[in-house]
Each structure stands twice: as C-alpha cells, then as structure tokens.
Design a protein around this ligand. Structure first.
Ligand code: ADP
Ligand code: MG
Length: 370
C-alpha cells in the first residue's frame, strides 16, 4: 500500500510561559509497505506527536515525511489516504451510528448499496449491529471507540494510525478488536502503526516494535530481537511482564574466578556473586548492571541446596493461573520471580535465589554490553 519515511524529524512545542519543549528529536524511521508497526513507550515519550506529524495533523519543526517517494508535508491529511484513530475519537452526537458511518463511507467514494453492506458487515464483526439506529450520545465509551475504529476502516486508508485503540475496553472486547484489526490488516495489506502502552500488544501484534523515550527512538526491531537483545536498560525495563529485575554491582574476582559482585544490600555481609561471560572480564573493577528476567530465576526452597546464588526472603506471592509471581527481598533489594513450578511459596519463607541468565549493561552508559 505505502511505505513511510521519516527523516531527521524534530517537533518542538512553543509554550508561552516555559522554554520550547522538544517532543520529538531527530527521528529517522522507515516503515515498510504493508508493515504492522507497534509503538511503545512511557507517557510523554512522543508517540502521539509522531502519529500526528505522520498523519499531517501537525507540522514538524524540522525534517521530512515521505509516503513512498513523495514528500507529503504540503499535502493535507484528507488527501493522503491516511486514517488516524485517537482515544475518545468524537462522533457527531446528533446523528445515528449508521449516519455517522455513512459520512465516512461517502469519503471513500463507494456506491450507496455497497456502503450500506460494508457498514452492516463491519458492525456485525465489531459487535455493534444492534446499535446502528441509536444516536451516538446514547452509546457507551467502548461502543463509541469501536464505531470510531470502523469509521477509520471505512475510509479504506492505505495507512492506518491507531493511538491506544484498546484503552477503556473490557478484556473480551479488547480481544475482539485486536483480532479484527489484525485480520483487517491481513485482508487489505494496508500499512498500520499502532501505539499501545500494553507490553503484551506491543510485542505480539506487530511485525516490528518501535520503543520510544523522551522524543527519541530507542530501538526498532522485531519483537523477538528487542526482547532478546534490548539495546539499553531503558528498553529492557519496558519489555515483559513483570518487568526485568536489575542488580547493580562491579566486575571482580573471587576464589572461582571472574564474577559479578552484587552491590551489598545486607550490612556486614559479603557481596553475592554471579558468574560472568568471558566478554565481561576486561571490565575488571568497573560497574555493571545485571538485568534478570523474572522467568530466568530459580527459587530453591532448600537454602542449603547450593553454594551458588544467594539467600532471600519471600515477601509476597501473587498467583495467576498456572503461574506465581514471587517477590523476594535480600537486604534492601527486591526481585520478582515468575515461577511455574508446582511448589507453593509462602510469605516470610527463606529461599535460595539462583540466577539462570543475565543481560549485562554498562554501569555508566546503561547500554547493553556485547
Ligand atoms: P505520548 O503520546 O507518548 O504520551 P505526546 O506525543 O502526547 O506523548 O507528548 C510528548 C510531549 O510533548 C509531552 O511531554 C507533552 O506534554 C508534550 N506536548 C504534547 N502536545 C503538546 C502541545 N500541543 N503543546 C505543548 N506540549 C505538548
Ligand atoms: Mg499519547
């Protein structure tokens, strides 16, 4: 349908009282034709600003946006073949749902009977066919959100931009809307950019995921590669649920050789150690941060089972389906473990913490090592 190129894009907001605010800083981005790209990042990262500039609703302060090889900054949004869906997208309150949708379908230039058939079939797929005759002010928030989404689809855009489309939907509807968006994408081959703050959606829906923070691209890659090789501690902290654990320490050496000496969190005790890969040996004496996924820790109820790892106390256990999220503390440090074993941990129990695998970050730059 269309590929998108964002070149050296900067967006500053001029606030009257404060200094100009840099919302997007030197963004370079290529989105492939027909790609499904998800965008994740904390609130204020610049996700909505990026979508608005790509759609043409806002002009950038510098840089260029191209659809294919066509620069589009001078082309109004309505002539670009783009649809954008915001949270709380407004409908015309005095019109019925059907009339609201007909207005959108007209823009797509279809014959009337074809438009009507299309609206009906989408209304069934998105489960609001019983609401077509209602005025939109008589609808729930979740219904309005689905209708606004269908309106975006009726434009038959070659580029669909979705800004947190699942917010405020019940789990069942979320699942339905998510599935319908994916199948619409598959059927039309349109290019889709979907902003979400849910790590699950961000890492399962898209061909690639763009991780943003403070107006900058942190990483853009397939979900698998971002999960496996996060470029820095920020990206690592944003993936997975529960999020990754971090332990600060230094590279040193003990009786067994080179190792990671965890920052002491219990007064008077020796630092706990974790073995390190050869690549870290040249960092002797330097600070590093160990990133440990909650699923890559083994908790042993027998604290004398091994000389490795360290002892900790169970603080809290949350069970969810076949999993338990176990929070353990060791001095001032706490870690969350995702446990799939049959064993039932209880509060205040002493356990041995065995770290199976770490991702290493430089202690100063917080970039991933290796
Ligand atoms: P996100 O969607 O990732 O939460 P936004 O793109 O909405 O982030 O905002 C990025 C930053 O720009 C935020 O700090 C926000 O306060 C600021 N911002 C967004 N829109 C405006 C505006 N119209 N005027 C001034 N500042 C804005
Ligand atoms: Mg936003």
């Amino acid at each position: 349908m269309v590929s998108i190129f964002v070149k050296n894009l900067t967006k500053t907001y001029q606030n009257r009282v404060k200094e100009p605010f840099l919302a997007l800083a030197n963004i370079d981005l290529s989105i492939r034709d027909g790609e499904f790209l998800t965008v994740v990042g904390p609130s204020g990262a610049g996700k909505s600003s990026l979508l608005r500039v790509i759609a043409g609703l806002d002009q950038p302060s510098a840089g260029q946006v191209l659809y294919g090889n066509e620069p589009v900054l001078d082309i109004p949004p309505s002539d670009r073949g783009v649809a954008i869906l915001f949270q709380d997208a407004p409908l015309y309150p005095e019109l019925t749902v059907f009339e609201n949708l007909m207005m959108a379908a007209k823009r797509a230039d279809l014959p009337t009977d074809e438009m009507e058939a299309k609206i009906k079939s989408l209304a069934i797929r998105f489960q609001f066919d019983a609401r077509l005759g209602r005025r939109s002010e008589q609808l729930s928030k979740g219904e309005r959100q689905r209708i606004a989404l269908v309106r975006s689809l009726l434009y038959q855009p070659r580029l669909l931009l979705l800004d947190e489309p699942f917010t405020g939907l019940d789990p069942e509807l979320r699942f339905l809307v998510r599935r319908e968006i994916l199948s619409w994408h598959e059927q039309t081959g349109a290019t889709v950019v979907c902003v979400t703050h849910e790590p699950f959606d961000g890492f399962t829906m898209g061909d690639r995921v763009l991780v943003m923070d403070r107006g900058r691209v942190q990483q853009l890659d397939t979900p698998g590669r971002v999960s496996e090789y996060p470029v820095n501690k920020f990206v690592a902290s944003f993936i997975g649920y529960p999020p990754m654990n971090f332990l600060a320490g230094t590279i040193g050496d003990d009786s067994t050789g080179f190792c990671f000496l965890m920052e002491t969190t219990v007064e008077g005790s020796n630092p706990f150690t974790i073995g390190v890969p050869p690549a870290l040996r040249e960092r002797m004496g330097r600070t590093v941060v160990a990133g440990i996924r909650p699923g890559e820790i083994h908790l042993d109820p027998d604290i004398r089972s091994s000389a490795n790892g360290f002892e900790a106390e169970v603080r809290r256990v949350d069970r969810f389906e076949e999993m338990a999220f176990v929070e353990v503390t060791c001095g001032t440090k706490s870690l969350v473990v995702r446990d799939r074993s049959e064993y039932v941990f209880t509060e205040s129990q002493r356990v041995r913490v065995l770290v199976k695998r770490c991702v290493w970050f430089d202690g100063e730059t917080l970039e991933r090592i290796g």
